[in-house]
Design a protein around this ligand. Structure first.
Ligand code: SF4
Length: 436
């Protein structure tokens, strides 16, 4: 039997602050790192691991020791083989070419563009079931059964841009513009902290009223008063700003590409430049953020190959959080009369992304929940491992509808989805299904 050659290790530090400090120290010494979800072997899977190359292990351990950073464990990042996957499917009606790809998945081999297109294109029931089964197994192998729960606050619906699909673009008149002030935001942050959540997502349109000084002040308060992880989702900003927020303690940044088809990107984003968006994502990665991206399934003119290329882009860019949602037309936008994206294709894209990108956070998106009441449960069963609650105060929510009839994902619906998908709520949550 040939022994697998390990190329990377995953280091689990003693705490989030140790992990972040350790990651910075390693980067300062030119050790290549990336931040990824903790391996399932670690137990509490909703933590973050530092991935390093095998040859850097000794030096990394010595740096940690000299700087009093505790290490809870070091795990080999094994190629994930799904032993027995194909054998179990032998009696199913699966085409030979689909079966060949399943064999590659079973062996832990990388998928290429052609494989991904074939997986996404299938309409056969047995093949889709096999795909979801493989993705669910991969999810269990790499990140375990716990669903990470995060809370989002949409703190401003002002935006300088006018993306064609977006229900809060600058030219839309039929909504009231709002900006929450810092105290209002902190009130929600404290609530999220009180129920045990570890991560708050601070999301807004591209609102330059929120200057670097104001964003910095908010980050300092969240860190100083709760020490929660912060995910920023505030759009394109100069590199220096991203750097400033990182230094102040922001952990994650969500900046979706929406599509990697350059022409389609430019059509839906009249104010944006494709290369610049990619550059922003690269900066975020270089600065050490847990880097979030994602796409929209069912954009006008989008092909299956486009979606496959999106998935390869996420993999090549080392994206750690990948939000995949169906296109939901928003009232008053140029795309309001276009058909909704397919739930089926969205779930296939979630599944293939889990298989191709493996150790990443994949949310069961609000957009899926908006088109299908069981959408989040289905996404969890197809490879997703994260739920984002919408915690924007009720008086503002109606005016933050990037797409129409947005579902308000709350704790109750999160408990329901997690239970139906036979998964586990995170141990850090301080509320139970009965107490909410
Ligand atoms: S998608 Fe984002 S950047 Fe584009 S208009 Fe909407 S809020 Fe603004």
């Amino acid at each position: 039997m040939t022994r697998e050659k390990i190329k990377h290790y995953l280091i689990m530090a003693g705490s989030t602050s140790h992990m972040l400090r350790g990651d910075k120290l390693l980067k300062d010494r030119s050790i290549v790192t990336s931040l990824v979800p903790a391996p399932s072997e670690y137990g509490t899977v909703c933590a973050t691991a530092i991935k390093i190359r095998v040859e850097d292990r000794e030096e990394a351990e010595s740096i940690f020791k000299n700087n009093s950073i505790t290490i809870e464990g070091i795990y080999p990042d094994k190629a994930r083989k799904l032993i027995g996957l194909v054998e179990k499917l032998m009696d199913s009606v699966i085409s030979p070419e689909f079966m060949e790809i399943l064999k590659k998945i079973e062996e832990g081999e990388e998928l290429d563009l052609k494989d991904i297109v074939i997986l996404l294109q299938t309409e056969r029931k047995a093949e889709k079931e096999a795909l979801f089964h493989a993705a669910d197994r991969m999810r269990r192998e790499v990140v375990g059964d716990v669903v990470d729960i995060r809370g989002a606050i949409e703190f401003s619906n002002y935006c300088r841009k006018d993306c064609r699909y977006c229900g809060i673009g600058k030219n839309l008149k039929d909504l009231n513009r709002y900006r929450m002030d810092e105290d209002e935001i902190m009130e929600v942050v404290h609530y999220l902290h009180s129920i045990g959540l570890k991560t708050v997502i601070l999301q807004s349109g591209e609102d330059l009223w929120w200057t670097p000084e104001k964003i910095s002040s908010l980050i300092k308060r969240v860190k100083g008063e709760t020490r929660m992880n912060i995910t920023l989702s505030i759009g394109e900003r100069p590199r220096e700003e991203y750097e400033l927020y990182k230094k102040l303690g922001a952990n994650n940044f969500l900046l979706k590409i929406e599509t990697t088809n350059r022409k389609l990107f430019e059509f839906i984003h009249p104010d944006d430049d494709f290369d610049h968006r990619v550059k922003c994502s690269t900066w975020l990665r270089e600065l050490g953020y847990l880097n979030g991206s994602g796409n929209i399934i069912g954009l006008p003119g989008q092909t299956t190959e486009d979606i496959a290329k999106d998935i390869l882009f996420f993999k090549e860019m080392g994206i750690n959080m990948i939000g995949i949602g169906p296109f939901v037309p928003a009232k008053g936008t140029p795309l309001e009369d276009y058909p909704k994206g397919s739930i089926d294709m969205t779930l296939k894209a979630v599944a293939v992304t889990r298989i191709a990108c493996k150790r990443v956070f994949i949310p069961a998106t609000t957009a899926l929940a908006s088109l299908d009441p069981d959408g989040q449960t289905k996404a969890l069963k197809a490879g997703a491992n994260t739920i984002m609650l919408i915690n924007t105060p009720a008086k503002y929510r109606y005016n933050y509808q990037i797409y129409s009839d947005k579902n308000m994902v709350d704790l109750k619906s999160a408990f329901k989805a997690v239970e139906e998908a036979k998964r586990k709520m995170p141990p850090y949550l301080k509320v139970t299904k009965l107490s909410i």
